[in-house]
Design a protein around this ligand. Structure first.
Ligand code: SF4
Ligand code: SF4
Ligand code: SF4
Length: 441
């Protein structure tokens, strides 16, 4: 049967079940799924995993998945950025279809098996310690930013040799003062005349928002307070997305437990939770409940979490917003994969359409960055290649502004644009920054 009539669902991730880690069972499942993909091939242009798979099959003696070596099976996994696009946008065979195919979560299982065997590369495990790295980076921001700057011919080749991070890859600079440490002086009281007065939102600053780039956070708290929302900003811990990429599911489960416990009293008191980074929102809303299905706080949190653009659009419908000044700008909007994966539609487009005279236009392609995946030497060229269609589409009409909800996609897309001979804008920031600007905040 082609496709399923039932609404797509995802299974709970059975990371506590020993049989899930059985290497032979995993290989059987990889071959079963790859064979279905071989017959389907819809995803041929989504990322590098599928071309690697299809080329390997086509070049094999019998043009069959059975011919593939274990190394070839793994090469497909290694090229996956866990962007979720094959599940979300292409695959007709996701559950409840009898093929029961969830390609990204199969890639995740494969990483989890490696992780269990201690085969996750050391540098991946260290980069996933986002809070520790962020705190250290902030303490020594001057030195860290000098050392990690692109073009530093002294340090970047050494970092490449030791850590495998491509010398050309953009690495986010550190803030001297993390966002939450500045928040007390930054958060304005809610505008009593704002239409959303009485609403309360706790902004969850992800690691990047807290330690690397506070611009989206500052824009959001201003927009919300201007509209009457009582705001507080918190960074209890990293959401665990980098550990998820490593297949470290016990690590993610631990983050889910701690962070959901932190937010639980706020949720019970009526606060909405708004993660600044779209990947964090994806974790809180969708991945954590599949990893900790019996945790009531995780479930409650998932029901009260809203992506930034989703939240502003919801306010516009539920309470209305303070009138926004016209802004005659064309805005190219990168629809980040992890925003798409939240199954809420292009909320950034909806939000920007609230600005009179603004002309947003959507680009629905992955930037290719894939979390920390794209910075490694073996992946950087592929990350640029995967990002080219997105960069081309974003720049084709020479927009006044380019935005992305993914904080890593923005700088990466700038690199892709520049490497294609285009003129990269000074910044590809979050769409909320444009709304703040339209408000004159
Ligand atoms: S999750 Fe993304 S990167 Fe991985 S196979 Fe699917 S489309 Fe490709
Ligand atoms: S993931 Fe689904 S849609 Fe994509 S190639 Fe495989 S079977 Fe086809
Ligand atoms: S670049 Fe951004 S949107 Fe694309 S996979 Fe990565 S996190 Fe998701």
């Amino acid at each position: 049967m082609e496709g399923s009539l039932g609404a797509p669902t995802r299974h709970v991730i059975p990371w506590q079940d020993e049989s899930w880690y059985d290497a032979a069972a995993l290989e059987t499942e990889l071959r079963r799924v790859y064979d279905i993909c071989h017959g389907c091939r819809r995803c041929f242009n989504l990322c590098d995993s599928f071309p690697i798979l299809f080329d390997a099959i086509d070049e094999s003696p019998n043009e069959a998945v059975d011919d593939l070596s274990a190394g070839q099976l793994k090469a497909v996994v290694d090229a996956c950025t866990l962007c979720d696009m094959c599940f979300m946008t292409k695959c007709p065979y996701v559950p409840p279809h009898s093929f029961d195919l969830d390609f990204p979560h199969l890639m995740l299982r494969s990483r989890a098996v490696e992780n269990r065997k201690g085969q996750t590369p050391f540098i991946d495990t260290q980069l996933a310690e986002m809070d520790r790295n962020g705190r250290l980076g902030s303490v020594a921001a001057g030195l860290a930013n000098w050392a990690t700057r692109e073009g530093n011919s002294l340090t970047r080749p050494a970092i490449e040799a030791v850590a495998g991070i491509d010398r050309r890859a953009h690495l986010p600079p550190f803030l001297e003062t993390p966002l939450v440490n500045r928040a007390a002086g930054m958060v304005q009281p809610p505008n009593p005349d704002g239409p959303a007065f009485g609403r309360r939102a706790v902004v969850y600053a992800g690691c990047h928002d807290n330690f690397n780039d506070d611009t989206p956070g500052l824009a959001l708290i201003k927009v919300l307070a201007h509209n009457g929302v009582q705001v507080r900003i918190e960074h209890p811990d990293c959401c665990g997305m980098p550990k998820f990429e490593n297949g470290d599911l016990p690590g993610v489960a631990s983050a889910a437990e701690r962070i959901s416990a932190f937010f639980a009293p706020l949720v019970e008191a009526g606060w909405d939770v708004v993660p600044l980074t779209t990947s964090c929102a994806l974790m809180l809303k969708f991945e954590w409940p599949l990893i900790a299905p019996d945790n009531a706080a995780v479930k409650r949190l998932s029901e009260h979490t809203f992506d930034v653009s989703e939240y502003v659009v919801a306010l516009s419908k539920q309470t209305g917003l303070v009138p926004i000044a016209p802004m005659t700008k064309s805005i190219a909007v990168h629809f980040a994969c992890h925003a798409r994966a939240q199954n809420m539609g292009p909320k950034a487009m909806e939000m920007l359409r609230l600005i009179p005279e603004a002309k947003p236009a959507l680009t629905e392609r992955c930037s290719g960055h894939g979390g920390k995946w794209g910075i490694f030497k073996q992946n950087f060229d592929r990350a640029v290649k995967v990002g080219r269609p997105a960069a081309r589409n974003l720049t084709k009409d020479q927009p006044d502004l380019i935005v992305s909800e993914c904080p890593l996609a923005g700088p990466h897309l700038k690199q892709v644009i520049a490497s294609s001979g285009g003129e990269a804008p000074a910044r590809i920031g979050h769409p909320i920054e444009v709304l703040a600007k339209a408000y004159g905040l």
